[in-house]
Design a protein around this ligand. Structure first.
Ligand code: PFF
Length: 458
């Protein structure tokens, strides 16, 4: 372990605030600002929000506490933590899958980070009216050299922070970026909610209407909670391993959930009321899916007074959110190589640079010069997103549940969490880990695979 300069034998966060800001920086990302609003819009508004909140406070809470406690207990990232308890091939597989997920995600996540960077630059260079043209997004994606250029620029920013280390890099940037991000989010949300006709959009988003409920609402809310809280991608193990033993895991988990859900709700308030207002309350327009942020939203901004400023503020906030999440994905990946191969941070970063180049470049080109290449009928980027989020992550989380139930035991987790203060939600934790989480995970896995095979539409 070569992080000794920072604190003893393993790098660490300076305290709870530094840790919570870094882990919230990881959780708050594309998932909150891009994915959450279009899913709420599509799957029933307030009812989706309600289910999402309940799942976050139960299933999500359980997974966060479990991964963080396992990381801190073993002082290892995911694969080391699994190996500490389970030497069987199943244990190896569980550790391996948790460790590989962020390595496969960070390249394509950085490609999307590059799109956001491009949109921020374009607000100034091309102006919001150009950005709002229908074919702007598709023309950009087809322009492979540009997509690659912005992917590389975004990746360079991420590597720069990683090479600066845990405390000097990740913690410092999170402490500066997170408050700025919150202020920007509030500004854009207030702006959007004060558009004429926005009130109906706010009501659609916040007031649950049980007639909008469907099984898909439940499956989509569950998948989103997973994605948004950075569960099952090794991150919470790794950040937990940098956590000092006097930090209250329960309290910091509550704070993480508060920040992550708060920004998702703010993103909903930024997007849904303004789209509602722009289209005169036409709910159908909210069903645009992934293109809501990159195509619909610029058109909405272009129609508003001060639209360029609002758009630039929004894309800056979006960029910062994507950046801090990509940092956590890369940190986890780099740490796996450092610990597993006993090599320096620099060498581990070099290995990740090669993986980033291979997966990221192919994902970038998949919309342009390689657009004829399809994997299971999907574009290359969509394929990596499907493979990690829909298949590998539910399996990785199931592996964590089984590790605790079969090898680690509740007592050890409870002792780890109870070090700084009594474990207050212990009964809830036990129930969720044993029953709720495994059932939810099987539902997520089954529904997303069925949807990819075209058996159901999500
Ligand atoms: N939780 C972060 C987000 O919501 O964007 C980070 C992340 C989630 C990265 C899911 C990648 C991913 F597949």
């Amino acid at each position: 372990m070569k992080q000794s300069a920072e604190s003893g034998s393993r790098a660490s966060f300076s305290g709870r605030i530094g840790y919570v800001l870094a882990v919230a920086g990881s959780a708050i990302g594309l998932g909150n600002i891009w994915r959450f609003p279009y899913l709420v819009a599509k799957y029933g508004g307030g009812i989706f929000l309600l289910i999402y909140l309940v799942l976050t406070l139960t299933f999500g809470y359980t997974m966060i506490v479990s991964e963080t406690a396992l990381g801190r207990m073993t002082k290892r990232g995911p694969s080391g933590a699994f190996q500490a308890f389970d030497h069987s091939p199943l244990g190896k597989l569980g550790g391996w899958i948790n460790a590989v997920i962020p390595m496969l995600i960070v390249p394509y996540y950085s490609v999307i980070g590059g799109w956001v960077l491009k949109y921020l630059v374009a607000c100034f260079a091309d102006g919001i009216d150009t950005l709002a043209q229908d074919d702007y997004f598709s023309a950009f994606l087809a322009d492979s050299p540009q997509v690659v250029l912005y992917f590389v620029l975004f990746s360079v920013l991420v590597f720069a922070v990683i090479l600066a280390g845990v405390r000097r890099g990740i913690e410092q940037i999170s402490k500066v970026v997170m408050p700025v991000m919150l202020v920007l989010a509030v500004i854009v949300a207030v702006y959007s909610c004060t558009r004429p006709g926005a009130l109906a959009g706010i009501a659609y988003f916040l007031v649950p209407n049980f007639r909008n409920f469907s099984l898909m609402t439940f499956a989509a809310a569950m998948g989103q909670m997973f994605y948004s809280l950075s569960i099952a991608m090794g991150i919470l193990y790794t950040y937990g391993s940098y956590l000092k033993s006097d930090v209250d895991i329960e309290k910091s988990t509550g704070e993480l959930e508060f920040f992550d859900t708060g920004v998702a709700v703010l993103a909903g308030l930024m997007i849904i009321p303004s789209v509602f207002s722009f289209f005169g309350g036409d709910i159908g327009k909210l069903h645009a899916g992934p293109s809501l942020t990159f195509i619909t939203l610029p058109a909405v901004f272009a129609s508003m007074p001060g639209g360029t400023f609002a758009a630039a503020t929004f894309f800056l906030l979006f960029l910062l959110a994507a950046l801090t999440s990509a940092i956590s994905l890369l940190e986890t990946s780099v740490n796996t190589f450092e610990d597993g191969l006993h090599i320096s941070r620099g060498k581990a970063s070099l290995i990740m640079a090669v993986i980033m180049a291979a997966v990221g470049l192919s994902s970038s080109l998949g919309f342009g010069v390689w657009s004829s290449v399809k994997l299971l009928g999907m574009d290359i980027l969509d394929f990596f997103d499907f493979l990690t989020n829909s298949v590998m992550m539910p399996i990785a989380a199931l592996a964590t549940c089984l590790l605790i139930l079969r090898k680690v035991g509740f007592a050890a987790i409870e002792a780890e969490v109870g070090q700084s203060s009594p474990f207050r939600r212990r009964p809830l934790y036990r129930f969720c880990l044993k029953y709720l989480a495994p059932v939810c995970l099987v539902i997520i896995l089954a529904s997303s695979i069925a949807s990819a095979l075209g058996l159901i539409t999500m």
